[in-house]
Design a protein around this ligand. Sequence first.
Ligand SMILES: [Fe+2]
Length: 275
Amino acid sequence: MPLIPLEDNFDDVINKAQLGLKVSDEDLAKRAEISLEDLTKVKGGEPLHAVIRRIARHLRLNPNALEALARKSWYPEVPVFPRGFAAFNTPFEDMTVNSFLIWDPKTKEAVAFDTGASAEAMSDVVRSDKLRLQYIFITHNHTDHVVALDELSEAHPQAEIWSHEQEPLAHPKARYFKEGVHFHVGALDIKTVLTPGHSVGQTTFFVSGLSWPLAVIGDSLFASSVGGSPTNYLVQLKSNRQKIFTLPRDTVLAPGHGPLTTLSQEKKHNPVFCY
Ligand SMILES: [Fe+2]
């Protein structure tokens, strides 16, 4: 699969932080001692490195990490799962969205996380590896993550559909979990961890039993950025810090958009979280 570009550029991160922290342009320019004109240029995507560094601290962003993003000098390296893991990236409107499939190679029982815009590639893997899809877990109910729910469910009628009780799904088979529940699939353990902000019941699924610990995190965080959360930015930051950044350092993070990353890399390179 070709490399998926980072979901966000430096200007997206700046705009998300400014919106989330509710700082006006005038205030930000004054605090960072820059001109409004330069601020407008940076927010429009012009990589004025000195200005970006000045803005960073006033938006609680790490200047080095933000500048690296502007220089396009960082892209995550991710360990390979030799078996039991597949990632899918499907186009939806003007973006692409991720969905994931994991399985126990011995028992062939499989689990889907989100559906993507099309479930075709996922169903192909289920068929070619002779898997049996047991569960469809939804990180949050935004359209891009559940577009192919009917399609996936019809292709695998035995699969149960689950999301957090605060993420209602338009599907008659939908069932709801609370935080802290464990699902067992073959030798895999999947724990539900509530990471609200981007949406109220957004759930991170923490998976043990594969070659690396895995967290399927929805839109709570993207490699080198954070999910959009204009009204609950601080809630999102807090829940990510408490629930995701406390997972084992070698945890592979599987976000809803953009490339896979790891917790240890985000601790060093994510301008929002290595502040
Ligand atoms: Fe999304």
